[in-house]
Each structure stands twice: as C-alpha cells, then as structure tokens.
Design a protein around this ligand. Sequence first.
Ligand SMILES: Nc1ncnc2c1ncn2[C@@H]1O[C@H](COP(=O)(O)OP(=O)(O)OP(=O)(O)O)[C@@H](O)[C@H]1O
Ligand SMILES: [Mg+2]
Length: 391
Amino acid sequence: MIKFDSVHKRFPNGTTAVHDLNLDMPEGQITVLVGSSGCGKTTTLRMINRMVDPSSGTIRLADKDILEADAAELRRGIGYVIQQSGLFPHRTILDNVATVPLLLGWGRKKSRARAAELLETVGLTADTGKRYPHQLSGGQQQRVGVARALAADPPVLLMDEPFGAVDPVVRTQLQDELLRLQKDLNKTIVFVTHDIDEAVRLGDRIAVFRTGGHLVQCAEPAELLARPADDFVADFLGAERGLKLLSLSTLAGIPQTSAPVVRADERITAAKRTGRWQLVTSADNRPLGWLDADAAPAAGTAGDAPLLPVRALRDTDSLLSALNESVSSPAGLVARVDADGALTGVTSRDAIHDRAGEAHTSAGAGEAPAQTGATQTGTTKTDATKTGTTA
Ligand SMILES: Nc1ncnc2c1ncn2[C@@H]1O[C@H](COP(=O)(O)OP(=O)(O)OP(=O)(O)O)[C@@H](O)[C@H]1O
Ligand SMILES: [Mg+2]
C-alpha cells in the first residue's frame, strides 16, 4: 500500500533524519515504527502525507507517486493521530470529529451524524459530543483523536505515539480498542511508538530504526524477537525478549489431562482420599480455587475450606500467562476452561515449559542471526495472539 524506495531526508540545517529508506507497509496491516528518540520515525510518517517532502527517492501510495498527487487531496485519504490529540480547543467534541466531513462538503447535518456515530465506535457516550476538549480525560481525548482521523473513512491511518501520554491501564484499553476497530476496518496503519511492548502487541510488522534514520530490521514480531538482526535491535527489545515471544503464542493445541476435581458441595473426606491438591468446582463446573486437602479441616464440604486462588485460562490466552500461572499455581497445574468458563482439564508446568521451548525453536531462536539490514521475512502471527489475555 505504501512503498518507500531509497528515500532520503536531509533538513536544510544539515540533519539527516532518514537515510536511504526502503520499506513496504502492506495494505490492511499495522506497521509499527520503533527506535530511540530522533531516529526519524516522525519524519518518515510525515513524508507519507507530505507534511515533509523527501530530499530524494520515491514514496508510492497505492502505486502512485505521492509527489505527483495534490497534497490536500492526498491528506483526505490519510487520517493522522498525534500524541496530544491535537483537538481544536474552542470547538465541541462533535464539531472536532465533524471537521473533515464538513471540509469535504458533506453538510452540517450529515457530518454531525457521522461524528456521533464515530464517537460511539471509539467507545464514547453521545453526551461527550457536547463537551469541549479540556473537559475530557487524556484517554478520552485520544479516543476523540482517533474518531476524528477516521471521520472521512480514509484507507490509511498515521498514528504518531497516539497513546504515549496516558497511563498504562488506559493505554492497554486504547490498544485493545484499536485492535478491535482494526478487525472491522482493515486500515493500512503506520504506528509510531517508543514502547516495544506496544509494538509487539499491535504490530503485524515492526520496523526498528537507529539514530541517523537507518532502518535496521523490519519483521513480524515473532521473527524480530527470536532473531534480532544485531546487538542494537537485541538491546532495544530488552532482556525479556524471550518472554515477550511467549506473549505471541497461545495455549491452543497444548494437551490437557483430566483435573483432580472435587465439587464444592462434596464432603472434604472424599477429597482427602484422592490426593493433596484438588481443584474445587461449582455445580456448573467452574473452577473456584485450589484446595490443600492435607491442610483442610476434617469436617464440612470442600467449598467451606479455605481455597487458594485459581486463574483458569482459555485456549486464546497466551503462553506467557500460562507460564505465569504454572509458576503461581500451588499444584503446578494450569486449569483450562472453554469459552464459557467451564473447566475442561489441566496442563502441567512441564508441558507448558516444553511448549515454550518449542515456541522459541519454531520462531527461529538459536539459529544463525539474520543478516543485518532490512530483513523482511517472518513467521505467521495468528489472530489469537492479538486478542489479549482474558479469563
Ligand atoms: N524541521 C526540522 N529541521 C531540522 N531538523 C529536524 C526537523 N525535524 C526533525 N529534525 C531532526 O531530524 C531527526 C529526526 O527527527 P524525528 O522527529 O523524525 O525523530 P523521531 O524518531 O520522531 O524522534 P522522537 O522519538 O523524539 O519523536 C532529529 O535529529 C530531529 O532533530
Ligand atoms: Mg517523533
């Protein structure tokens, strides 16, 4: 969809912001640009909507050289979201979102109707539309920023650290929302961030830049984490890149065995005969907690005894959360539930460890490092890895 071909940007003061950039941003995918401050991410983004023009090289959007397009017309097909939302302070939220449709001549009524619909899409109430930007939280303002960028339904969305200024909890919510929207909208998104976790979570592909505007590696998240092209990329990914890789695989396909179960209304004496750690379940087969049968009082039901917490996982949960649960579960067993939350079985710590090792091997860990430069191959990222973790 967007293709950079030998693009160079040198500002009049002599700073080279982007150096010989060759990069493809595929249609309907999220390409994330990461790298330390000043490495040319914003400049790269702004060259796409011609807020900055390259010094040399070509950029094509849907096979057309963007330098031959009319800049105003080009921008109508490109939504732009920035960190401080960039809302007009003296216009209501509704009018902020309606800005582009109005400019496109949709008329006031139709533009406002579209704006109201978009506020709902990004999770804001209709009442929010009547307020002014300063009357909203930072997270709400960012949602409005996204709604405004989507107003004219542009095929391309440029997002420059859109969630950089909000707290981690709101940030995760906004990321979830973006992934949810993207499932329906299928935009070509170019997303800039400093946060490698955000990049791994959102990106179909991640492009890592180094100071001086050099692209060091562009790959799918699993490939990048398993095979960083050089020490710079490895350092940037951080010491826990092995664990981050596990966040990309799911529990699906990992075998289960039948759980040591005792129903909450059963006598504790029954549990004591079976073994030490028992998973107590409700009448409708939901895991309630782990019972230490050895320590439990001799009388009463299993449900009356003190239980240790269980966090049951679904097939769509990540291998990383499974590893976490296998470490914190007193029995060393991970309880597995179906989509409705009913217990289906357990998986042992060893089985999860084995699969974690396989995840590394299959993503290419331990093989010879990829060549330095913009490597563009990778393994396939499944849909399930983008649903986050819930149980
Ligand atoms: N208009 C300009 N004139 C001169 N130099 C510029 C201009 N805009 C950016 N630069 C320089 O170009 C380089 C790349 O800037 P850019 O804003 O693209 O970096 P960035 O990767 O987005 O950084 P950050 O993560 O801090 O936002 C920096 O050295 C910056 O100082
Ligand atoms: Mg920037």
